[in-house]
Ligand binder design. Structure first.
Ligand code: SF4
Length: 442
């Protein structure tokens, strides 16, 4: 009987064509800039989506009320944010649906949809449909279909989102007029979403738009000042989400650092490589091989073209091509290590180090075994071969003290500054005091 009850609790309510007309679909916020572009793509196809930008301790409390505290921290936050929104009175709960992202990999994230449905049932919202956003056909929702034109536009939204993320991080710590970088990024987000609708999906247009983005950011007046660069890696949700990492990016900027965060395209390509690895190592689904290989090569080619374009522009540091990142990790870990962020996590640490970003915050959510192995667990071997690396692992969970997290990061920053001063002494360059404005760029 208990088993039957469990199945009933996990039964999904399909999102129908009828619902598409007047339901609001709530989206948990992970990557603010990218998600705004994604939402616009869906809006252009007749969906009404809303990004949840709520924060505060009550989200954690809502999560803990309906999800066991042993569950991964990202799941507690996402489920808490959904239930908090439904409780808020802002939405007609009978005209509201939720969307959850599933990679379809072996990690627990692929099962959180059942946890969410169970939590909704307990909270009295068992009738609210939950849409699974996945590329593996895990569930069927007739009113929500990821068609080829939508996927094509979402891919270009990832390219734009990654570029905005990178340029904001390269400009914001140095801007002369406070707030100018964020304002420009907000303006461009709307403009790009609009262009995607009007211009259709042509990579030629995407490249033209990328050139336009680069030139607009280059116009931002910046001070020439040497700041400590800090890379952020980790489990995908706590790495990117300000709710998950207690606004880590802003904290680092306030502490006088420049933040470097690898883009979402890397994760997307990592997921494709994981599928290819299943074929290489275990001979699974061989029929999918040509399609996966074609998509991977296509993405690699487009990533290279964007990198070439940034190099030609010369104003901002471009990302590292995924093939080079894969090359960097091969002496440390096999591509078969693919639970959670798997090999990508230490590979991104090596990628950052290779780009000259030696200081790294590795964000680790509570309850995340794969990332503790591939993150914290890999710090020692990476540092042994790369003594310049200054990595700190920060745990994020519902009971973690923000002050404690910040103090550990401050300690890492103190080491980073000492290392920078030491290097400058060795090179015979006089270290400039932090925040001293020397030269105005642009
Ligand atoms: S990657 Fe970690 S946090 Fe994410 S679902 Fe897997 S175990 Fe949980």
């Amino acid at each position: 009987m208990k088993g039957v009850k469990l199945l009933e609790e996990r039964k999904y309510i399909p999102f129908t064509e009828e619902m598409r007309k007047d339901y609001t679909i709530l989206v948990p916020n992970m990557l603010p800039r990218h998600f705004k572009l994604f939402l616009q793509v869906f809006k252009n196809y007749g969906y009404k989506l809303e990004l949840l930008e709520t924060s505060g301790h009550r989200i954690i409390e809502s999560g803990l009320k309906y999800v066991h505290n042993d569950t991964c921290y990202p799941a507690i936050l996402v489920i808490g944010q959904f239930i908090d929104a439904l409780n808020s009175g802002k939405y007609d709960v009978h005209k509201t649906a939720l969307i959850l992202f599933q990679t379809g990999g072996g990690c627990r994230a692929s099962n959180y949809i059942f946890l969410l449905r169970k939590a909704l049932e307990k909270a009295g919202y068992g009738f609210v449909p939950v849409i699974s956003f996945n590329l593996g056909g895990l569930e069927n929702h007739p009113g929500f279909r990821l068609t080829v034109p939508i996927l094509h536009r979402l891919f270009y939204a990832i390219i734009y989102g990654d570029m905005l993320l990178s340029l904001v991080n390269q400009c914001k710590p140095y801007e002369v007029n406070k707030g100018e970088t964020e304002r420009l990024a907000d303006e461009l987000t709307v403009e790009l979403a609009d262009k995607m609708q009007k211009e259709g999906v042509s990579f030629k247009k995407v490249k033209e738009n990328c050139k336009m983005i680069l030139s607009r950011f280059a116009e931002i007046e910046r001070v020439k000042e040497k700041k400590v660069k800090v890379g952020v890696v980790g489990e995908i949700y706590v790495k990117y989400s300000p709710l998950g990492n207690n606004n880590l990016e802003q904290f680092l900027i306030d502490e006088g650092a420049e933040v470097v965060v690898p883009g979402l395209l890397d994760f997307f390509m990592y997921c494709i490589v994981s599928n290819l690895t299943d074929i290489w190592l275990y001979g699974l689904n061989k029929l999918r091989y040509p399609v996966l290989k074609f998509v991977f090569n296509y993405l690699v080619k487009q990533q290279k073209e964007i990198i070439a374009l940034m190099k030609e522009d010369g104003n901002f540091a471009p990302p590292t091509p995924i093939e080079h990142t894969m090359e960097l990790i091969k002496d440390f870990m096999g591509l078969g290590t693919k639970m959670g962020e798997g090999w990508l996590l230490p590979a991104e640490m090596l990628e950052l180090n290779d780009e000259g970003v030696h200081n790294i915050v590795c964000t680790q959510p509570f309850g995340c075994l794969p990332n503790h192995i591939c993150g914290k667990g890999m710090m020692k071997p990476l540092k042994e071969k790369n003594p310049d690396m200054n990595i700190v692992a920060i745990d994020y969970d519902s009971g973690a003290s923000k002050v404690n997290q910040e103090n550990r990061i401050k300690l890492m920053l103190a080491n980073a500054r000492a290392n920078m001063a030491e290097k400058e002494r060795e090179n015979g360059i006089k270290a400039e005091p932090e925040n001293e404005k020397t030269e105005i760029l642009a």
